[in-house]
Ligand binder design. Sequence first.
Ligand code: GTS
Length: 218
Amino acid sequence: MKVYDWHTGPYPARVRIALAEKNLRSKVQFVSVDLWKGEHKNPEFLAKNYSGTLPVLELDDGTFIAECTAITEYLDALDGAPALTGKTPREKGMIHMMSKRAELELLDAISVYFHHGTQGLGPNVEIYQNPEWGFRQRDKAIRGMHYFDGVLKQQPFVGGEAFSMADITVIGGLIFAKLVELPVPAECEALRAWHERMQERPSVQNWVTMSEPVAASV
Ligand code: GTS
C-alpha cells in the first residue's frame, strides 16, 4: 500500500497514528506530496483524490481511498480485529459520531481558520480567502475545545471507555491548533490532561518521523 501525505500535516497525522496503532507501518510506502508547492492541486493528484486533499491511501490493486475516517476504518478492518473503530454496533456508532464531531467542531474549523484567517499555504495555493469566515471558524474551534473538555470530564476517552479513532481526530485537531498557535484554554483542564496522556502513546510521539525509511531488520 502507498500513503500519499505530507510529513507535518495534521490530517496525515491521523492516518500515521492509526498505522502505528495497528502496527502496519512496514506495510506502507509513503509518497510525499508538497502542500506548500500546491502539488495536491495538480491534475495527476486530483485524479487520485477529486477533493485535492491529503492523505490518500492507494491499495495494491490501484484503488484510492481518501478521507481520514475512511482510511482509518479500512486499516482497522484489515486484520479482522478492530481496535480503533469499535467492535459492537453501539461502539461503532459512538466512535464515528464523536470523530465526525471532532472534525466539525475542531479540526475542520481550525483548517478553515488556517486557510482563510492566516496566510495559509501562501498566495500561489490560496486562490480564495475569506478572513471573516476564517476567524468565525477559529472561534468555533475554541468552543469545540470546551465541548471536548466537557466530554472528557465524563469519560476517559473521546469515544467512551477506550482509545479510538475519535481520540485520533481530536489529537489531529490539537496538532493543527498548535501549528496556528491556538492554545487549549487553561480552564479546559480535562482536555489538557487527556492530551498529556495521549502524548505518552508511541503512535502519537512518532508520527512526524514515521515516513523515514524503515531500518532493515537483521
Ligand atoms: N476531510 C479530509 C480528510 O479527512 O482526509 C480533509 C483532508 C485535509 O484537509 N487535508 C489537508 C489538506 O490536504 C492536509 S493538512 O492540512 O493536514 O496537511 N490541505 C490542503 C488544502 O489545500 O486543503
